[in-house]
Ligand binder design. Structure first.
Ligand SMILES: CC(C)(COP(=O)(O)OP(=O)(O)OC[C@H]1O[C@@H](n2cnc3c(N)ncnc32)[C@H](O)[C@@H]1OP(=O)(O)O)[C@@H](O)C(=O)NCCC(=O)NCCS
Length: 88
């Protein structure tokens, strides 16, 4: 039905988050219950999670907001988000 991934760099400074729900299953709440939701991120051990999307992707932006990302939009309309996990 979809795939989520969190890929850390070799030093575990930053992990890039991406999710895709197949068209037939979109807008049914799956994006918020993906196995790669925020509750699992500390297990990866990265200091920070980052992701990108476009400014018209309202469902993804809603999920980023719900998961507590800091959001910045560049001059091309690309939304870049980050969340500090502060692992101990
Ligand atoms: C973006 C994507 C992952 C969202 O997954 P989804 O299962 O379709 O989304 P959901 O049904 O979980 O909805 C996500 C949120 O958007 C909200 N939402 C839905 N329609 C909305 C609208 N028109 N305006 C604002 N928010 C809206 C929902 O209420 C939900 O928030 P909630 O969990 O707080 O209720 C999915 O649409 C997708 O795979 N898109 C293509 C790939 C992509 O863009 N990936 C993102 C790059 S990282």
């Amino acid at each position: 039905m979809g795939v989520g991934r969190l890929i850390a760099d070799p030093n575990f400074e930053t992990a890039e988050y991406a999710i895709l729900v197949t068209d037939a299953y979109q807008n049914r709440g799956l994006g918020g219950v993906s196995p790669t939701t925020a509750s699992t991120w500390p297990e990866v051990g990265a200091r920070r999670v980052v992701a990108e999307t476009t400014s018209d992707n309202v469902r993804m932006l809603a999920l980023f907001a719900k998961q507590g990302f800091d959001v910045a939009t560049d001059e091309h309309g690309t939304v870049k988000v980050s969340k500090d996990l502060n692992p101990s």
